[in-house]
Design a protein around this ligand. Structure first.
Ligand code: MG
Length: 336
């Protein structure tokens, strides 16, 4: 088993602003694992607020002994091994896990979605995300929507209602709202959920601080639309903590340390009666296809990474009627 990697600066189409910061590119580590003439491709997308970087990824990779990855893969052992090397580092662990899943599919000559028990016919529509911006830029971005059937809006500032009104002036599409922990006042937040309900909003992500469990739970109990935990839910042990605090959780491979644990999180969440959203960071087609392989097991998808970036090193996967299309290619189905 051979593991190689390459740092890659993934450029964003637009400066991306959410409640707490702005940026124009994302450091990505492209990973390859080779075995018996097959190559598995993975990707670690290291958005700055998660704390990983080219340096931390390189440090972590220098500890990895690829000879530990014995085929046939036992992903439970693999994630335990990666966790034993260092805590944290979920994105670079995900990059390795994704590459091994792609390789696994190629060695078994089966698509990853099949190995993970997904039904491509149940693929949910993916949303197209619009950051916080001036009204004329928002309108321009809505017009650039690549045929997504849902728009996701980043809120969390005083101008939230104006931003929604601006979007409503140009589209009737259903909306997801992501407050990224930006709301603080309980009653104002509750009033906002009712107002947003009337505006065709389907769900609200992480309204309050991830550490403010009581406020998030209070709002969840009263909101007319589902409240989804994102920043507060990272890996498998966090899923049980969501019960009673949120209606559902947003799973992302770069938080969960990859596809194996994301799948475990989905199974656990379903057991607990939680709703499921699967999301992404700024990513290439590689990590998007990895998440898409699990998306049919979720209620909502926010997998717009490739639409928001301008130098995706892989071909754009097929996108039809607002949904990613899973084909029968072995592994993730990345096209070069
Ligand atoms: Mg979010």
């Amino acid at each position: 088993m051979k593991l190689t990697y390459q740092p890659f600066e993934l450029l964003l189409r637009h400066t991306f602003t959410i409640a707490k910061f702005s940026r124009t590119s994302t450091p990505v580590m492209l990973i390859r694992v080779g075995h018996e003439g097959h190559t598995g491709y993975g990707e670690a997308s290291m958005v700055p607020y998660m704390g990983e970087s080219f340096q931390s990824a390189t440090d972590f990779l220098s500890k990895v002994d690829a000879a530990q990855f014995k085929y046939p893969f036992n992903f439970d052992d693999i994630i335990s091994y990666l966790d034993s090397l260092a805590p944290g580092n979920p994105a670079i662990k995900a990059g390795i896990d994704i590459a091994l899943h792609d390789l696994d599919g190629k060695l078994q000559n089966k698509p990853c979605w099949q190995l993970l028990d997904s039904d491509p016919a149940k693929m949910p529509a993916t949303s197209f995300t619009i950051g916080i911006d001036a009204p004329e830029v928002i309108i321009q971005k809505v017009k650039e929507n690549p045929d997504c059937k849902i728009i996701k809006v980043k809120l969390g500032r005083d101008s939230d209602k104006d931003l929604i009104k601006t979007i409503r002036s140009v589209t009737d599409l259903p909306l997801f709202v992501d407050a990224n922990q930006g709301w603080t006042d309980l009653q104002q937040s509750l009033d906002m959920t009712h107002w947003l309900h009337g505006q065709g909003v389907l769900l609200i992500e992480q309204p309050m601080l991830k550490t403010d469990i009581d406020s998030n739970a209070w709002l969840t109990e009263r909101s007319p639309i589902p409240i989804i935990g994102d920043e507060s839910i990272q890996r498998l042990p966090d899923v049980a903590k969501a019960k009673g605090v949120y209606h559902g959780i947003n799973i992302k491979l770069m938080k969960s340390a990859g596809m194996y644990e994301a799948h475990q999180m989905i199974l656990k969440a379903r057991q607990l009666g939680l709703k499921l959203m699967i999301g992404c960071m700024s990513e290439t087609s590689c990590a998007t296809l990895a998440a898409a392989a699990l998306a049919p097991q979720c209620d909502w998808a926010d997998l717009d990474g490739p639409f928001l970036t301008s130098n995706n090193p892989y071909k754009m996967p097929e996108f039809r009627e607002g949904k990613w299309v899973l084909d029968n290619a072995p592994g993730l189905g990345i096209k070069h």
